[in-house]
Write a protein that binds this ligand. Sequence first.
Ligand code: G3I
Length: 363
Amino acid sequence: MLLATSAIGCSGGEQADDHPVTTTVAAVTQPTSTTVPRCDDASTCTTRQLADAAGVTFGTAVAASHLDEADYRTTLVTTFNSVTPENELKWASIHPAPDTWDFGPADTIIEFAKQNRLQVKGHNLIWDQESIDSTPDWVLAIDDPTELRATVTDHIRTVMGHYRGAVDRWDVVNEPLQTLGNELYDNHFRQVLGDGYIAEMFTIAHKADPAARLFLNEANVELLPAKAAALVALVKALIDQGAPIDGVGIQAHLVAGTVDSAAVRSLIDDLEGLGVEVAITELDVRIITAADPLATQADTYSQALSACLDESCREVTLWGFTDRYTWIDNTFGLGRAPLPFDRDYQPKPALAAIRERLAAAAK
Ligand code: G3I
């Protein structure tokens, strides 16, 4: 058990942060070598080593509340080389009231990541949609553009400042398009700051941490060709406006047996053609009806990874890893078993498919 007090970040960018970090996390002992492992015989390598050997960032969403579980920690650090806090960095969690900041849960994840040499993706700075409690009411109550702009700027500077040097990628704006449509979502930031709010957020984020890679993250573009085209058009418009956008995240919340990998490949191709990097950011594969559900699920995971790794995409993050903890249960009902480890952290055929695809990329 480790007790650490240290100031994260403070290199380059804007004002230093005065929120010291205190965390307690049990370290998982790790092989110390930092050289890229070779996995000539994939069976001797952990999934994480396969990803490292393939030069792939292979991540998972993580919840601070589960890090006190040994199986959760061990499965995570032997399978993944990157983590994305599932909820701890969202505005409502980290900045619930104008003068109230709660860095604790995210600090716990950051400290765990440091101890286990995991990369960290920040998710997310700006996200407002009906029925989603990601942006707190005190922010949604600000209708004056100057005041909202100042509030957003302070929020982004403080959060990115606190994690500068520890978080290397950020989802700056999440789900800017309509959930099932092709237009900009009419959220509070758009209503008060106008259609240019997205480019503005990227500019503010880039100033806050010039070293961080900045992403736009979107849902359902794997399923809806018109929305995929709207995303490509939006990214092109942002680039034309001079927005400092580095990458685009495709969430990929999929249903077993339904992925159109040709459509996903062409979307990735179109986005890469604009000069941005592409990542799969929230992959899970829920089982609804399938003849051979686990084999069908495994094939869908394999197709999703191939759609990325066959292009220049080198980042795939799962939205969790054990069926014990998944947002799918609350949203689509229990028993969809969307992840590669079952509720007892036992690997499913999906994990073998993922390993096989990573091993192929490592060759
Ligand atoms: O922490 C509070 C807790 O104090 C309270 O008692 C409890 C009951 O209301 O709510 C807890 O907060 C919940 C939080 O998850 C933590 O469990 C929120 O209500 C709930 O809305 C939140 O759901 C998250 C959801 O995003 C909304 O932020 C899911 O866990 C998370 O998996 C989901 O992830 C999103 C990505 O961020 C963006 N893409 C889609 C994806 C799935 O919806």
